[in-house]
Structures are given as C-alpha cells and as structure tokens.
Design a binder for this molecule. Sequence first.
Ligand code: BTN
Length: 253
Amino acid sequence: MASVTAYHVKITIFSFDTLDSTNAEALKQARTGADEGVCIIARRQTAGRGRHGRRWVSEKDAGLYFSIILRPRIEMRFLPLITLMAGVAVHDTLGSVGIEADIKWVNDLLVNEKKIGGILAETAETDTGIAVVVGIGINLAIADLPDEIAAIATSVESETGSVPDREKFIGSLTASLSTRYGQLSAPNGPELIRSEWIKRSSYGYGKNVRVSTGTEIVTGITDGIEENGALCIRKPDGTIVAIHAGDVQKLRA
Ligand code: BTN
C-alpha cells in the first residue's frame, strides 16, 4: 500500500536576549530570504506587538516570545487558517503542561476566560513569494503587569504552580507547529484544521457574543467557521454574517 509522508517543516531556532519584536525580526529575515521554519525567540521584547496595534508586554523571561517564518503553499483563500492552525498547536502545547485552554476566535488562548497567550500573524512579500510570520506570546511566569492587564491575564505558573522548563516547552511548541502546519498543507488540510479548532474552542458554536469589527458591532450566536476561517454569527433576525476580522466578546447566555 502506498504511504504518504506528511510534510514536516524543518525548525531552526535563533535565540536572542533582547529584541524590539520577534515578529519584526522574523519579517526582516523573511524579506532577506530566510527559510521556512526559521524561528526567532527573545527573552525580552522592548516593542512587543499585539493585534490591532496593541502592545504586548514582554518582561524578561516572563513569557515565551516566539515567531516562526512560514512560506505556505496553500491556496491564498486559506491563508487566514494559519492563525487557527497556530491556535491548535498552542492549545496542544499548553495541554502538554497540564493546561486545558479555550480558544477565543481568532487568536486568544484563555484559561477560565483569562488570557494566557495570543497569536499575531503578519505577512511579507518576498523575492520567493509570500511569507507569513506567526508570532506567539505565552505568559509563562507570574509577572509584574500593569493592573488593567493583570485583571484579564493568567500564566502557566498561575495555573500549574510552576514555570515550565523553557527548552522542553519550546520543543513541544515547535513539534506541534510542525505537525499542524504539515496537516494544513495536505489536500484535506483546511477542513481538518477547522475541525481540530472547533474541538478546542467553546466559541465555535452556540456562544452569545458581541463582535466589534472596527466598522460595526455585530451581536448574535456563533454558528461555525467558514472554509476560510471566518466566524459565522447568527443575528437575532436569523441572518448569518461572516466575520473576517474583529474582537469577540462573550455575552451572558
Ligand atoms: C494578541 O493577542 O494580540 C497577539 C499577541 C502576539 C504577541 C507575540 S509575542 C511574540 C511575537 N512578537 C511580537 O511582537 N508579537 C508576537
């Protein structure tokens, strides 16, 4: 019987003590030809960035600040699924240290509704085609955070009582990313990643939410994920809208 070997990305890690942003460094390296699988890690970021231009507080060793360069061969319409793929990989990595996380569309890793990690995917046009940098921030240790962030954030240490071994944790994350990215790149990959994401998220179906897209506010009940990763919301009048970008907030049931 013929066997098909799943694609596995070759991981190469470059570690830094301090960077402005691992995403910024990875984008720079991608533009100058760095291979898929190059990972940039810093112990501290001075200008860590989150979605929608927000700041990602990145105190020394309090978190994992990690970015990986991908050069996807999937159809362009499926590119947004890279964030969902990374969410599945981070979810499984947290599982490896005993944390059962939830994933809030599109990129928030939550424990008891507090944020433990986030993902920021950014793209760059390069001489060899489009590169996607997937930036992952995971709170590892209890840190001295500004009050407004401390109230809505948690960490691996807060949840398990200990800071995970950094090398092992990075090994687990890169292995999961390699596996899940390989799956996404396979012929039925987009469908598989969507279903793995749905299994790990309480936000896929039946959640009463309010979504702010930047241009409008949509409230309704979540009703699955479109083939390109957009979140479907059933509005009170029964119509369904697909959200391609926005901030989701859980409302009371
Ligand atoms: C978010 O939830 O808003 C996304 C946060 C992503 C933060 C990570 S930390 C590593 C990488 N480098 C950055 O500057 N941002 C991402």
